[in-house]
Write a new protein. Sequence first.
Length: 123
Amino acid sequence: MSWVSFTALFFATWWVVLFAVLPFSVRTQDDDRDVTLGTVPSAPRGPHMLRAVIRTTIATAILMGIFYGLTHGLGYSLNDIPHIVPEFSQTLAKKRPAAAFRSSKTVHGFEQGFRPVLRPDER
């Protein structure tokens, strides 16, 4: 991955992490019991964006460090993601689809027991 792609991925990840970090350690006006007239009590007390930006940058650097370690250290790439998860389509094709069940016996107005209902091609 080139440095331009890595920078673009860092920037996109940074914005996602920013919105995840924003709600942490926010002091509201209601917490301080000093609500400014014309604002809601849940409004932030003061500016906290610098802390959020610093936390976001640190968290993104850690995430991108893990990504860099996986891609350059272990040799994984984004193209390997489909091969990490086992392919279930082959195993599902071998299994017979689940049959619907229909009641087979009625006792005192209540249906007891079940038998599979097979499609015409399965009989």
